[in-house]
Design a protein around this ligand. Structure first.
Ligand code: GLN
Length: 535
């Protein structure tokens, strides 16, 4: 059993400062020093998990191998470090309260009055300690902003852990705004944010200060003085071109060695070379390709975080800068597609739920199928691609998914529960990692170069096996299937340079240095398309 140390990360002033990326970056630095780590996210909202929240509210739902629907920050943790996220890495106030109330109903509290302190805080503490002893360092990010009513029990719990255990530190992320009219950086919001933390008994050990420009020494000295810190504990976190540069910037600022000193750790190695080389490659990308993404939460940067990152990683692997062209699918019903996609080198339809925008997506699939533009359909995208094919090539005009039309005569996608016993899953969705067996000789096989792959799922509807022959008789290949339940997982078009649909979400498994093969191949095919239309 290891002597686990803790780093608690809180945020102040306002949200969206990049606390998740900051936590992931510290994890990255610690791994570069040879330590084993994990990262937890504690979210103070009352939903038990973000699974039922709209992407407009919450951004992407990140799915882990073990099928947890989690906060998108867990995606950053997996992309910046080798830590594997699971059900145990994301806790919400809803989940904590749910556990406390269940215990109360079971009679576990032996006649006591159940209270926020100590019962809820103890539950939070045991959630934090669930991996104790398994890693050298566990980072714990507290969602929300200091001063929110709902985050109080979480802050109280981490305050107590710090008191009981000398092996933990507090890192606080704040904003130092640049006021144009004054021409200077202002420290007051940071002073107030630290004051709010200290009022509840937490003195931060390190401040990460987000600012448009690097903080100069005078500003750092001033912040240190007003927040009861030493000069070295105030770290500049300026805006960067690529978030992947942040661990390197933090390291240069001395954050890594400062954390080690405070946690009483000696580095085992110091190895950021591969990461630094990769970042350097990012900075030197010259040629651009354009990928059109057709969906309905498309304008929100956070709704498809992992997808956009996966395309970016695949671009870097191909030495290409991937420019995203975000297309509202409903708009496609009103325009000339050849005009709309004039500058596109590939078309992608990502995951999604509900009927809105489906007909526009069908048009986009048809356009890329006929015009031989590289096409990738992910989850909903694969479903729409199958429906388009059955409607327009097999000429079964009312082919549909029961998600969009429960009265359709030709139901190409059925509810999961009509195909398998969902009691076994404990869910009406297929969630998390499933095996897929690839057919030799297919494009998919040539991309993965293996017969068995494991990918993450998050969907309620499945391809209806009755339509498998309709696909195959008309020129679509079923290239991957789940062997245990015989479910269609991957399809590809026979007479097309690159047209693939997958029922799973490959984007969750892409890593900067280890990009996902499906995206690498897709981006490569987009480049080929670009060269073809140029010549
Ligand atoms: N709405 C579809 C389903 O539930 C697709 C889900 C998705 O794209 N994640 O099956």
């Amino acid at each position: 059993m290891l002597k686990t140390k803790y780093i608690f990360i809180t945020g102040g002033v306002l949200s969206a400062l990049g606390k998740g990326v900051a936590a992931a970056s510290i994890g990255n630095i610690l791994e570069s020093y040879g330590f084993t780590i994990s990262i937890l996210k504690l979210d103070p909202y009352l939903n038990v998990d973000p699974g039922t929240m709209s992407p407009f509210q919450h951004g992407e739902v990140f799915v882990t191998d073990d099928g947890a629907e989690t906060d998108l920050d867990l995606g950053h943790y997996e992309r910046f470090t080798t830590a594997k996220m699971s059900q145990e890495n994301n806790w919400t106030a809803g989940k904590i309260y749910n556990d406390v109330i269940q215990k109360e109903r079971r009679g576990d509290y032996l006649g006591k009055t159940v209270q926020v302190i100590p019962h809820v805080t103890d539950e939070i503490k045991s959630a934090i300690k669930v991996m104790h002893g398994k890693y050298d360092v566990i980072l714990v990010e507290i969602g929300g902003t200091v001063g929110d009513i709902e985050s109080l029990p979480f802050l109280e719990a981490i305050r107590q852990i710090g008191l009981e255990d000398n092996d933990s530190i507090y890192v606080h992320l704040t904003l130092v705004p640049f006021i144009k009219t004054a021409g200077e950086l202002k420290t007051k919001p940071t002073q107030h944010s630290v004051k709010a933390l200290r009022e509840i008994g937490i003195q931060p050990d390190i401040l990460l200060c987000r600012a448009e420009i690097p903080l100069n020494d005078d500003i750092k000295k001033k912040i240190a003085l007003f927040t009861n810190l030493k000069f070295d504990d105030v770290v500049s976190a300026p805006d960067v071109k690529t978030i992947y540069e942040i661990p390197l910037i933090f390291k240069k600022e001395g954050l890594g060695s400062n954390i080690l000193k405070k946690l009483n750790l000696q580095k085992k190695k110091d190895d950021s070379e591969i990461w630094a080389k990769w970042v350097n490659r990012v900075k030197n990308l010259k040629e651009e390709i354009v990928i059109s993404i057709v969906g309905k939460y498309i304008q929100l940067n956070d709704s498809y975080k992992s997808l956009y990152e996966a395309l970016f990683h695949a671009g870097v692997k191909n030495n290409l800068r991937v420019k995203l062209d975000l297309v509202e699918s409903e708009d496609l019903l009103k325009c000339d597609l050849s005009e709309r996609f004039k500058l596109s080198h590939a078309i992608l339809i990502p995951g999604g739920f509900g009927i809105r925008g489906i007909e526009g997506m069908i048009k986009a699939v048809e356009y890329s199928r006929i015009n031989r533009i590289p096409f990738l359909g992910i989850c909903l995208g694969m479903q729409v691609a199958s429906i388009e094919f059955i409607r327009n090539v097999a000429e079964i005009k009312d082919a549909d998914s029961v998600e969009f039309n429960k009265y359709a005569h030709n139901k190409v996608f059925l509810k999961l529960k009509e195909l398998i016993n969902i009691e076994e899953l404990g869910h009406n969705m297929r969630l998390g990692e499933y095996k897929c067996a690839l057919e030799k000789g297919t494009l998919c096989y040539s991309i993965y170069k293996t017969e068995k792959i494991f990918e993450r799922h998050r969907h309620r509807f499945e391809f209806n096996p009755k339509f498998e022959t309709v696909l195959e008789d008309n020129g679509m290949i079923i290239s991957g299937k789940n062997p245990e339940r015989n479910l269609v997982e991957m399809i590809e078009l026979k007479d097309h340079p690159w047209f693939i649909g997958c029922q799973f979400h490959p984007e969750f498994k892409s890593r900067p240095i280890n990009p996902h093969p499906l995206f690498v191949s897709f981006v490569k095919s987009a480049k080929k398309f670009k060269d073809r239309i140029k010549s």
